[in-house]
Design a protein around this ligand. Structure first.
Ligand code: UDP
Length: 195
């Protein structure tokens, strides 16, 4: 794994291909892994948010999802190659899940949005095993039940679309509790899939 640093946050030096290879490596591990998709705004807010920077430091890959990061890298010669977006990586992962029959769970978005996203995903990728979905507007007290429910379903991949920094804090905070292989913070991607 090769990374560079922007304002203290590690960013992986990847292309779509190598990011996807890294994802598959993480999926093959027995332990939980999580992937973040930082753009410039996330990196800027991490400067003043110790917890967020901690989450980004302990994640298993941070793909450069933001043209601003590539521009900063060009100016300061930080080594980033190209922008790799969360929506594109999610698409590759879904395609992979479709032919390898892996299972997913989608957490996040307004009520009805994850359901719509699942509907559209199933239409495009009928072989994906969708274990479940849930909207992302819940109280702290509900989190234990949400985790328990996800763990009972034990999907291979968990897409977390709670916005920044909620999704990063969720994956980082529950890294020792989640019984999934790989979690991916996908921000507004669920809205895009919902159409
Ligand atoms: N979201 C959520 N729960 C929250 C806040 C946001 O599920 O408590 C969802 C929101 O509905 C959207 C996604 O997270 O689908 C991204 O939210 P937003 O665009 O506000 O965040 P950003 O990605 O810009 O940080």
């Amino acid at each position: 794994r090769k990374t560079t640093k922007i304002y203290g946050s590690p960013i992986d030096i990847v292309t779509m291909e190598s990011a996807f290879e890294r994802f598959k490596q993480l999926l093959d591990r027995s332990a939980f892994s999580f992937i973040c998709t930082p753009n410039t705004e996330i990196i800027m807010s991490a400067r003043n948010d110790e917890k967020l920077i901690e989450a980004l430091k302990s994640s298993d890959m941070n793909i450069p999802d933001g043209i601003g990061l590539i521009i900063a890298s060009k100016i300061h010669k930080l080594g980033l190659i190209t922008r790799v977006t969360g929506i594109d990586l999610m698409g590759e992962i879904l395609k992979f899940c479709n032919y390898s029959r892996k299972s997913i769970y989608i957490l996040g978005g307004k009520p009805g949005v994850a359901e719509m996203a699942v509907y559209n995903i199933k239409e495009k990728f009928p072989n994906i095993d969708v274990k479940g979905y849930r909207h992302g507007y819940f109280k702290k007290e509900e989190e234990k039940d949400i985790i328990e429910n996800i763990n009972n379903l034990s999907p291979d991949i968990l897409f977390v679309a709670l916005g920044v920094p909620k999704q990063e804090m969720f994956m980082y905070g529950y890294r020792k509790d989640l019984n999934v292989k790989v979690a991916l913070g996908v921000g507004g991607c669920v809205d895009i899939w919902a159409g």
